[in-house]
Design a protein around this ligand. Structure first.
Ligand code: OAD
Length: 230
């Protein structure tokens, strides 16, 4: 018998317990930065050096961070379920914890891509991407991040996976940023849906919705007990 498909939508809150600030909490990542200056094509065109430095600092912080209990529990659920993690996070902590199927909706900190050919994507070794780092066609490399106003290329794959979910887990996201937040509407309305967040986002009523008002580590520990017992 095929194993149930467990789909996870994760956000910055799951990495908060590894010391990486979220975007919209009090000590949020944008603090001190205008979002459009560091996370939009316009910002990049106006001041690529500032944008590169912003992501270099994010990369440095991610290199110093380790996966926490929440990441590890999600990885351990692969013993029982076909788990796919759809993450809005650009760090690689799900992979470091051992999750094997991770879709990065908003790109990846440890990759760069060409500014003239988006199919040219390269790994970044270490923390620094600099002006003058070029793709094989000779154009500047940019962070492999989905910026505001840009398309979300992984969205189609994510909607297909949500469509086939038997269980949905939403953890550590404010559900403010679309199209990611809309993924809740792509799962079958009858499947169990668990939302883990100490500061619960507004969610329209739907069948089989379970709200766990806890941080990621504690909430996922509780969830694993529920899922594995059943
Ligand atoms: P947000 O910063 O919007 O939301 C973080 C969520 O995590 C909030 O709902 C918090 O209540 C929750 N949270 C805080 N601590 C937590 C903990 N210990 N355990 C569980 N949850 C906790 O981050 P995202 O929803 O991920 O996009 O933001 C979505 C996107 O907005 C990001 O991917 C980023 C940003 O623009 C890009 O950069 C393209």
């Amino acid at each position: 018998m095929p194993r149930p498909q467990l789909v996870v939508l994760s956000g910055a809150g799951i990495s908060a317990e590894s010391g990486i600030p979220t975007f919209r909490d009090a000590d949020g990542l944008w603090e001190g930065h205008d979002i459009m200056e560091v996370a939009s094509p316009q910002g990049w065109n106006a001041n690529p050096e500032l944008v590169l430095e912003f992501y270099n600092q994010r990369r440095k912080a991610a290199l110093e961070a380790s996966p926490n209990t929440g990441h590890k529990i999600l990885a351990s659920l692969e013993q029982y379920f076909e788990v796919t993690v759809i993450t809005q996070n650009v760090d690689n902590l799900h992979e470091s914890a051992g999750s094997t199927r991770v879709i990065h909706l908003h790109g990846e900190l440890f990759k760069s891509r060409s500014t003239i050919d988006s199919s040219l994507v390269y790994p970044i070794d270490g923390w620094e991407l600099k002006l003058g780092d070029l793709c094989k066609k000779g154009s500047q490399l940019r962070p492999h991040i989905v910026w505001f106003g840009e398309e979300v290329p992984m969205m189609e794959q994510a909607t297909i996976i949500c469509n086939s979910a038997d269980i949905l887990v939403v953890v550590g996201t404010s559900l403010i940023v679309y199209p990611a937040a809309g993924l809740l509407n792509f799962v079958n309305s009858q499947i169990p849906k668990y939302v883990i967040n100490p500061n619960m986002p507004q969610i329209d009523p739907m069948p089989n919705l379970h709200l766990i008002h806890k941080g990621a580590g504690e909430g996922l520990t509780e969830l694993k007990e529920i899922l594995v017992k059943n």
